[in-house]
Design a protein around this ligand. Sequence first.
Ligand code: HEM
Length: 401
Amino acid sequence: MAELSRRRMLISGGALGAMGALAMASPAHAWTWSPQGSIAGAGAGADPRWVWDEEADQLLASLLDRGAIPEVNRLLWDWTRNDQPLPDGLPADLRDFMERARQLPSWADQGKLEVAAQFNKARGVYLNLCNGVGGGMLATAIPNEARAVYYSKGGADMEDRVAKTSIFGFAVGALNAYRPDGTCVVECVKTRLVHAAVRHLLQQSPHWGGDIPISQEDMLVTWHTLPTFAMRKMLEWQVPIRAAESAAYLHVWQVTAHLLGIRDEYIPATWDAANAQSDQILPRNMGPTREGVELTDILLSQLAEQTSPLSVSRPLCNALARYLVGDQVADWDGIRREPIWDPLIRSLWPRLVRFREGLVPLPLVPETAWIIDEAVRRYILFFLTKGQETKIEIPTANRPG
Ligand code: HEM
C-alpha cells in the first residue's frame, strides 16, 4: 500500500481511516482475531495496526513541543515505588494522566499476581534466558521494532538501552512486582510515556519513512515475544508448570500490557487466545533488516563479552541464540551458523533442563551445560548492576546523525 495513501487515511480521521485501511489490507493480513477472546470480552474489532495510544500521544507531543520534558525527567528520576505519590511540580495535564495510568485495572487479581511472582522466581533462569536473550533476538527480527530502536536515541548506545529495558524486565519478574513496594507500575507508566514520545519524535527523523511507530499491533507483537514465546519454550523443554502458575504468569503480563497502554480489547484472555493472536500477527511482522542485523551483532557481542571469563565464546553465543529462536529468525538476524556449537547446544540444553527439574541424575549433564547456565546468570547480573546506575527516561531527540 502506498505510504502516502496510508498516511492520508490516518489523517482523514479515526474510524473512517481505520475502516479504509482494513478494506485495503490484503486478505492474508486481515485482522480476524476476535475481541471476544480478549480480557475485555468485547470491542469494536478495529485493526490494531491503525490504533496507537491517543491520549498519551497527544500529551507527549504537547510536552515535547512545550520543552517540558527535561524538567519532567528530573522530577520523575526519584519516582520509583508503586505506592509513591507523584512528585510535586509536574505539569497538570501530565499529572492527571499519570494518576489514571498508574491505576491497576479493575480485573487485576492480587492472588494471581502473587502466584506469578513465585513462579517468576522459581523459573528465573528460563524466563531470563527467553526474555533477555530470546526476546532480544526476536525483537531485532521485527522490522518495525528494529528500525524504531535503531533510529531512536537509545539506538546509539545499546548497552544503556539494554540496561534500561532490563530495569523493566526485572521489575516484572520481581517478587514484589505489583505490591506497594514494587516498581512495576512505575516502570510501565514511564515506558508508556517513552513510547508516546518516540511516536512523536521518530516521525521527524530523516531515516524514518514508515507509519506512526509503535501501533497497538506492534506492541502486541513484542508482547508475544515475551510471555507467549517464553511459555511455548518452557512447554517445549517440558518444564513442569502447574495450571495455576500458567494462568498467573499470563495474568501478570496481562496487567503489564494494560499499564503499557495496550487496550483491553486486544489483550488475550487465555493462552489459547494468546497463541492464536501470536500466530496471526508474528509472521506478518517479522523479517530481515539491515538495522536488525546490526543490532543483533551488537547484542551478541555484549553477551560474549560479559561471559568471556567463563570461556564463553562468540560462537557459543551465536549457537545459543540460534537454538532459542530457530533457524529462520537466526538467519534473518544474520547470526552465523556454528558447525560445532549448534548441534551441541541442541543436545545439551534439554538435558540441563531435565536435570534442573530433577528428571535425570547429574552424570548425564555435561560440564558445558553448566557453563551455559552460569553464563546466563552472569549476563543477567551484569545488566542488573548496570540497571542500578540508570533509569528509564523520556527521550527528547532521535539517534544523532
Ligand atoms: C523504550 C519496553 C514495545 C520501541 C522502551 C523501554 C522499555 C520498553 C522498558 C524503556 C527503555 C529505554 O528507554 O531504552 C517495551 C515493551 C514492549 C515494547 C515491554 C511491548 C510489550 C515496543 C515496540 C516498539 C518499541 C513495539 C517499536 C515498534 C521502543 C523505542 C524505545 C522504547 C524506540 C525508546 C528508545 C530510546 O529512544 O531510548 N520500551 N517496549 N517498543 N521502545 Fe519499547
